[in-house]
Design a protein around this ligand. Structure first.
Ligand code: HEM
Length: 422
């Protein structure tokens, strides 16, 4: 029987939605979410140990909710956390419900002003101008692959590091610090999981945030003393309503930029290569016409949809899809489910490097749509252009593995064997 058509009873669905392991297994995920899109696309979920929420699984409903940004707010609930974590955070976090102050948890004018600090830099034409600066970074990471031939763990050895180096290049951090920044950000964003001790896990996250802030403090001071034409200088010298951002806001901004785009882009590249290996016809198409890298990058992001959800909180009563959402209710937007929406995509379960149109929601939509989306797509294009130039045969030599998380999940281990073109 096709897993996607299996009927799943209520407690099973509720447990599975909050179980990080569900997100490691695309077939299990699709079995649940395909059923939800078909039978109950806006469903009230009351999982044990979590605050209840509406789960929204179809693309059109998510777009509708995201564009009503004065009704469906980004704050205070951002992502799924066990109730015990939420309660500790509410008690202890500097008056914030998240451990840093990030634009994805802001609304209205505060969000607009915060995003405006860098939004011009991230527009497509401005990002494309960075291609010359980023080209050598992509070439260098493909060279690492070449140096490791004939086998490597493509995710752990290459893709986990490449997008991090890209964003740290733009933030003015030298390569010798990459391992330290990666370790800190992994501690900050690691999914606490069911069995974790909330107090210990939270203390460790806070310590990692402080470590990150300590690292960026001198960079902020330097960019204030010697501003240059770069993103780090923009953030360090930003003024909101004529006032400089305070230290917590400034360092949180650095943390947001440094972390939002690396495991997501890494998962899209590793999962993109896996999709090409499993669909040799698509690999051949792309090799035959590198002009397809543009649509292929989008398809890799749709296919992997590493950001599984974000929440919104209703500011007022609102009816959608026949469901009465009450002021104060939270709503989980299942972006990864929308990326397989049968109403939107022809053959949603097929990976096609030339898919057009491709109005997927892996990068969200509306006023909070991914700020770094053009950077992510440029990174993917540059990387695969070099990879296809230098490597002419790639095969799997072990089981690919994804990380368990209901928030950001994707391929973290991809053992491959490959041949370097001579
Ligand atoms: C393939 C890689 C990426 C994926 C899948 C991804 C996905 C997302 C998603 C789903 C959102 C929320 C959108 C919404 O609420 O509608 C988001 C927001 C955001 N992303 Fe990305 N992202 C990626 C790469 C990047 C990169 C490279 C950056 C670098 C700066 C970045 C920075 C941000 C920021 C700052 C936000 C918050 C925007 C706001 O709230 O206004 N992302 N991203």
């Amino acid at each position: 029987m096709n897993g996607a058509t299996r009927t799943i009873d209520k407690p099973d669905v509720e447990r599975a939605i909050v179980d990080p392991a569900t997100y490691m297994d695309r077939a299990a995920y699709d079995a649940i979410f395909t059923g939800l899109r078909r039978d109950d696309p806006i469903r009230w979920i009351e999982p044990e140990g979590f605050r209840p929420f509406w789960l929204v699984t179809r693309s059109a409903d998510i777009v509708d909710i995201e564009r009503r940004a004065t009704i469906f707010l980004n704050g205070p609930r951002a992502v799924l956390k066990p109730l015990a974590f939420e309660e500790r955070l509410a008690r202890q976090q500097r008056g914030h419900s998240e451990i840093i102050k990030s634009m994805n948890n802001m609304d209205g004018e505060a969000h607009r002003a915060n995003r405006a600090v860098t939004s011009r830099d991230f527009l497509r034409p401005n990002i494309e101008r960075m291609a010359a600066q980023l080209e050598p970074v992509a070439a260098d990471f493909v060279q690492r692959l070449v140096d490791k031939a004939p086998t490597c763990d493509f995710a752990a050895d290459v893709t986990m590091w490449y997008p991090l180096r890209v964003i740290l290049t733009l933030l003015g951090v030298a390569p010798e610090h990459d391992a330290r920044i990666l370790a800190l950000t992994q501690r900050i964003f690691l999914d606490p999981g069911d069995g974790a001790d909330p107090a210990a896990a939270q203390a460790d996250k806070m310590a990692a945030v402080e470590g990150f802030f300590d690292f960026f403090r001198p960079i902020v001071a330097d960019r204030r003393a010697n501003p240059r034409d770069d993103i780090a200088s923009k953030v360090a010298n930003a003024r909101i309503d004529g006032e400089p951002m305070d230290e917590f806001e400034t360092l949180s901004y650095f943390l947001t930029l440094a972390t939002a785009g690396h495991d997501t882009t890494a998962a899209s590249i590793a999962g993109g290569l896996l999709a090409l290996i499993r669909n040799p016809g698509e690999m051949e198409k792309l090799r035959g016409d590198p002009g397809l890298l543009e649509t292929a990058a989008d398809e890799m992001i749709r296919w992997n949809a590493p950001v599984k959800h974000f929440f919104r909180t209703a500011a007022e009563d609102f009816e959608i899809g026949g469901k009465a959402i009450r002021a104060g209710d939270s709503v989980m937007l299942a972006f990864a489910s929308a990326c397989r929406d049968e109403d939107l995509f022809e053959d949603p379960f097929a990976f096609r490097v030339d898919r057009t149109p491709n109005r997927h929601l892996a990068l969200g939509s509306g006023p909070h749509a991914c700020l770094g989306q053009h950077l992510a797509k440029l990174e993917i294009r540059l990387f695969f252009r070099h990879l296809l130039d230098r490597i002419d045969h790639i095969e799997l030599v072990g089981e690919p593995r994804s990380n368990p998380s209901s928030f950001i999940s994707g391929i973290v281990s991809l053992p491959i064997r490959y041949r370097v073109r001579r």
